[in-house]
Design a protein around this ligand. Sequence first.
Ligand code: ADP
Ligand code: ADP
Length: 225
Amino acid sequence: MAVVELREVHKRYGKTAAVDGVSLGLREGEFFTLLGPSGCGKTTTLRLVAGFEAPDRGEVWIGKERVDRLPPERRPIGMVFQNYALFPNMTVFGNVAFPLRLKRLPEGEVRRKVGALLEMVHLSGLEDRYPKELSGGQQQRVALARALAREPKVLLLDEPLSALDAKIREELRGELKRLQREVGLTTLYVTHDQEEALALSDRIAVMREGKVEQLGTPKEVYEAP
Ligand code: ADP
Ligand code: ADP
């Protein structure tokens, strides 16, 4: 059974059909990428899976739940955006602890979990820094740890490497792949970068003008006529 399923999903903004009849199923543990040029509907698709937007028509399921019918705190997703979106007035510790404190975990448990998460993204020792005291790559690792803290069924990544310079992008790309393998987390990834998609993905959906134009493994998509 698919972990995430979109069934004939449509979403318009005024006259623009941002998502125009998309059906997709993500398998447990797979790294699934939406690839395509700017404006083809990738982010809208991701926001529909996140439940930030409701479809005009069609359905979005995560497991046995329709995501747009769940209150935000019960949506089993963690999301990382291009521009980090960390809380600037909270330390690294505070940022990663935030979703755990929302769940009212005991403080000892919070400390233990934050410690493990920071170790996972190789940021141990930087607990007391503020976001502005970190590099872009480090900030993105914090964002990733914060997303993982929710123990999501699905990790949603919207161009998470785009704002970084080439060397850090490369490094974090390897890190993402390692994490996804280790945790076995179903991941929906958005990028306009073909090379990135080929390097990371189990399967790729190539989007164009709100539709899925091609779908398959990197090999299948890349070698398609
Ligand atoms: P991508 O992520 O592939 O760049 P988007 O999903 O962001 O594409 O956008 C798809 C289309 O929908 C674009 O034409 C975009 O301008 C339009 N769009 C997206 N969000 C909004 C919005 N909130 N209001 C109006 N138009 C939007
Ligand atoms: P709003 O609808 O309040 O303007 P958003 O559409 O950005 O805000 O987010 C809707 C809800 O999704 C938020 O109330 C929050 O609980 C949740 N949310 C926001 N960011 C994330 C994230 N990075 N990971 C998981 N859930 C998030």
